[in-house]
Write a protein that binds this ligand. Structure first.
Ligand SMILES: Cc1cc2nc3c(=O)[nH]c(=O)nc-3n(C[C@H](O)[C@H](O)[C@H](O)COP(=O)(O)OP(=O)(O)OC[C@H]3O[C@@H](n4cnc5c(N)ncnc54)[C@H](O)[C@@H]3O)c2cc1C
Ligand SMILES: NC(=O)c1ccc[n+]([C@@H]2O[C@H](COP(=O)([O-])OP(=O)(O)OC[C@H]3O[C@@H](n4cnc5c(N)ncnc54)[C@H](O)[C@@H]3O)[C@@H](O)[C@H]2O)c1
Ligand code: SF4
Ligand code: FES
Length: 800
């Protein structure tokens, strides 16, 4: 039987999830064509908040990459808007005059950000927050401009405002009502939220109505209806969304707020379905993904001719993706005559709980500050459980046997654990068993559960523990005795809370010892420098002694001086200088190092500055957690086996990466043929010349734990080697644990994962960009010491 033609308009979250559901049920039934008017494959719109807040990158939020469409034989047209549906002749036409015929049509056009139609709304610097392009616009603006105003104190507005704060902008939120998130929170919870956000640096203009956006070409401020004004360089409108229904309306389909569908997501034209934010079922249009995914599953059953009871509507719950503001809301939020409320408000702890009960059933939940009861209460609400036997206290607080683990045990396989990604308990259990998963991180990578807002982590961990019988691996040992935060948790907190100094980190994150310890001080200095490359001022006193002195202390208290010799290549001038210095300071030992340079050993501390002054050579960083050396062979210039110019590539690599801070030392090597005279196969980043280019090896180590490097890929040009090297070094910088070499790092991350990242053009570009930003701040350390009297004074010997 020939395949039916299924055309989908809209390449977003609900539509593509629905296609996945169809493919799961019957991959052979349809020849599928998808149109999307954005230029990207399907991405996680939810996670745009995280991109803006700097918690993840744009490349990481792609859910179905280009190859997924190819592998599933889906014809995808991106950047192409469908402008007409011909229901008679059953085809769609696009703005490029392309026509495609269908047997079944799926409308999944989602919504658009509502832009207040006030004067000035089209000025430069005014945007909604809905797409990758909006997100990019805000990120670019934040680089150049100072102050943002977000209009709308709902979920989206507050997440956007937090993101803009993270990017260093001053942020004011303009809100129409007296209470933030008034659709989800009552007054006491809204007040607590406002207090916490103000403490994070957000400012609020409450009960204000925007009258006009001021500016000539670009926005300069906002004038409110009461005549007051505020200046700004960016306006983000987050005042709600409007379903994209025009196309359906013009085709004569029934449209209210959304496209009207029956319980099978079918319009009155039985060939046409609608799913997602553009669909209206039983008078409801949903704006969160969990219900949209439920709709997609029902639609898939129906369109694949399988029996289904149909969609019956969804109960929603919301959470805010802003660290430090834990809240949960579901169902009704205000009391009425038929409901009674049980509340607990702890003003000191900043927690608030309210449960609304009607006819002995929970009909509404508002939690702020402590959301540990959210899963249990939401379940009671969904089940319409009779709570007449419960005391008010036992409704508000769980009993000893009602933790997440017991809750998880009683959940059915079809129940959703992760609302953001629509992952059920059954899907997680299946993944754990089939793929032998042992940690939350593994479950997250494999199923996506917990990968967006992260609020479902306790439940995911609960499923893991329940499935493995409690055998969950310990993942989060603190980085030192001062804290229980792991490296990942710490860096996340630094980013989201915008912490810019070590002192601030220790204070805000509740360090046990105010001054930190020998373990966390250098680690924090590294993480802060990596996260805030442009703003963080290096704390020299937190560095290990050799890095502080820019020289390696020896067992007799003297120091070694090892200047750079790029690529192991030197010249007469350098050699003369070395000889002069060795004579002048009576250097007891001159030795060729393992890294192809010349070391002067036994130098007195007080002589260090003048030795460097006389040498006039850059530091070789033989003491640093950074690039040590790039060893090269003579290569094609002199060796008869050489296929490539190893020396010039090695020198270019060394010049590009010298001084950059990395979690641990990094060694590189470039050999010009597979004889690999400089042991490229045991380097952190090794290059071997072959006939048509270079093989690149990563994660090798020739030290205490010898580890063979693994072949990453073969590239043709020096430029490609340099580009991949920057991506590799930057990725290691961003994800490595301080003092973790690349060999265990590659093992921990998974070689295939690192490889996948290095093969992703977009990610490699982004990593290169961030590397360039990071490297820009480094100066030659000895130059700095020689020019700064306070630094030079460190080398004076104060007592004998
Ligand atoms: C920043 C942000 C954070 C969010 N956070 C959360 C959250 O934490 N939890 C949650 O549950 N929800 C959240 N949401 C809402 C969630 O993203 C949406 O509910 C979901 O994306 C809707 O899916 P959809 O497929 O219906 O629409 P969309 O994802 O908007 O997809 C529709 C696609 O169709 C395209 N399209 C429209 N018209 C045409 C046309 N004529 N031709 C071709 N293509 C067309 C659109 O450009 C779009 O790409 C968030 C939304 C945003 C913007
Ligand atoms: N964490 C999450 O679940 C999450 C995060 C972001 C977005 N979303 C979804 O994205 C969609 C859009 O979010 P949203 O926050 O824009 O919509 P929303 O409708 O939830 O909130 C809009 C807010 O803007 C306020 N507002 C309206 N007009 C205003 C005006 N003229 N001036 C000032 N304030 C005004 C409203 O009072 C309301 O609080 C929603 O469906 C939302 O559920 C969800
Ligand atoms: S690696 Fe090859 S090209 Fe380089 S020196 Fe050794 S034999 Fe010669
Ligand atoms: S509920 Fe948001 S990541 Fe799971």
């Amino acid at each position: 039987m020939s395949k039916q033609r299924l055309v989908m308009i809209g390449n977003g979250m609900a539509g593509i999830r629905c296609i996945e559901e169809i493919l799961k049920r019957n991959p052979e039934k349809f020849e599928i064509t998808v149109f999307g008017d954005e230029p990207y494959p399907n991405y996680n719109r939810i996670a745009l908040s995280n991109v803006l807040q700097g918690k993840t990158t744009q490349a990481e939020i792609v859910m179905n990459d280009w190859s997924w469409y190819e592998e599933n034989n889906i014809t995808l047209y991106t950047n192409e808007k469908v402008t007409h549906i011909d229901r008679e002749a059953k085809f769609v036409r696009t703005e490029n005059h392309r026509t495609v015929e269908y047997d079944k049509l799926l409308i999944a056009t989602g919504s658009s950000a509502f832009i207040l139609p006030v004067p000035g709304h089209a000025l430069l610097g005014v945007t909604g927050f809905r797409t990758i392009d909006d997100c990019n616009m805000m990120m670019e603006t934040a680089k150049e401009y100072k102050k943002a105003v977000v209009i709308g104190g709902g979920l989206l507005g507050l997440e956007a405002a937090r993101g803009l704060l993270n990017m260093g902008m001053e942020v004011e939120v303009v809100h129409l009502m007296s209470n933030l998130m008034e659709q989800q929170l009552d007054a006491p919870a809204g007040a607590l939220l406002k207090r916490d956000l103000e403490a994070q640096g957000m400012r609020f203009l409450m009960e204000q109505q925007t009258g006009e956006i001021i500016g000539e070409n670009r926005v300069q401020g906002i004038r409110f209806k009461d005549g007051s004004e505020t200046a700004c360089d960016l306006v983000v409108m987050a005042v709600g969304i409007r379903p994209n229904v025009l196309l359906a309306k013009e085709a004569g389909l029934e449209v209210n707020r959304g496209i009207v569908v029956n319980d099978f997501m079918q319009t009155a034209d039985l060939s046409i379905y609608a799913v997602g934010e553009c669909a209206e079922h039983n008078g409801n249009v949903y704006g969160l993904v969990a219900p949209l995914y439920e709709q997609g599953a029902v639609l898939a059953e129906h369109i694949c001719d399988l029996a289904t009871e149909g969609y019956t509507g969804s109960l929603l719950s919301t959470q805010l993706k802003v660290s430090g503001c834990d809240l949960f809301s579901a169902g009704q939020i205000h009391e009425d005559e038929a409901t009674k409320a049980i509340t607990a408000h702890d003003g000191v702890a900043g927690t608030y709980k309210k449960v609304l009960i009607r006819d002995n059933k929970i009909v509404g939940i508002v939690l702020y500050g402590d959301v540990s009861d959210s899963n249990r209460l939401f379940r009671l609400l969904k089940q319409k459980a009779d709570v007449s036997e419960y005391t008010p206290a036992s409704i508000l607080h769980k009993g000893a046997d009602e933790g997440d683990e017991n809750l998880v045990a009683s959940m059915g396989p079809e129940e959703t654990i992760c609302g953001c990604n629509g992952v059920t308990k059954g899907a997680i259990v299946q993944a754990i068993l089939e793929q032998d998963l042992k940690t939350f991180e593994e479950v997250k990578t494999c199923t996506k559960a917990g990968g967006s807002c992260g609020k479902c982590k306790p439940l995911v961990v609960g499923v893991l523990e329940h499935t493995l019988g409690g055998a969950i691996q310990e993942e989060t040992a603190g980085i030192c005795e001062c804290t229980t935060l792991s490296r990942d948790e710490l860096t996340e907190e630094i980013r989201t809370k915008g912490l810019k100094t070590a002192k601030e980190v220790r204070y805000v994150l509740g360090w046990k010892h105010e001054e930190g310890c020998v373990k966390c001080r250098p680690a924090l200095n590294y993480y802060l420098g990596m996260i805030w490359p442009e703003e963080y001022a290096d704390e020299k006193q937190s560095r290990l002694v050799n890095e502080r002195m820019h020289a390696n202390i020896q067992k007799d208290g003297t120091y070694s001086v090892i200047p750079r010799m790029y690529g192991g290549v030197t010249d007469v001038q350098q050699l003369k200088k070395l000889v002069e210095v060795a004579e002048k300071y009576e250097v007891p030992l001159i030795k060729l190092t393992g890294g192809q340079r010349i070391g002067l050993y036994g130098i007195k501390k007080k002589d260090l500055p003048s030795v460097w002054e006389d040498l006039e050579m850059p530091s070789g960083y033989a003491y640093g957690k950074t690039l040590r050396t790039v060893k090269t062979c003579v290569g094609a210039a002199f060796c008869r086996f050489g296929t490539q110019d190893s020396m010039s590539l090695g020198i270019a690599l060394e010049k590009k990466f010298e001084r950059i801070d990395t979690p641990h030392k990094v060694k590189m090597g470039v050999s010009a043929c597979p004889r690999s005279c400089v042991e490229s196969g045991v380097k952190d980043f090794g290059v071997i010349g072959v006939e048509n280019g270079f093989q690149i090896y990563i994660g090798g180590n020739g030290g205490t734990e010898v580890k063979e490097a693994q072949l990453l890929c073969t590239v043709k040009t020096d430029e490609e080697v340099l580009r991949l090297a920057a991506a590799f070094v930057q990725y290691y910088r961003e994800t490595g644990v301080y003092l973790e070499r690349t060999a265990p790092w590659v093992e921990r991350m998974g070689f295939e994962h690192v490889k996948e990242t290095m093969m992703d053009e977009v990610k490699v570009n982004e990593l290169n960009e961030r590397f360039e930003t990071a490297i820009a701040k480094y100066r030659e350390p000895w130059e700095e010491v020689l020019q700064t009297p306070q630094l030079r004074a460190m080398y004076e010997v104060k007592h004998v």
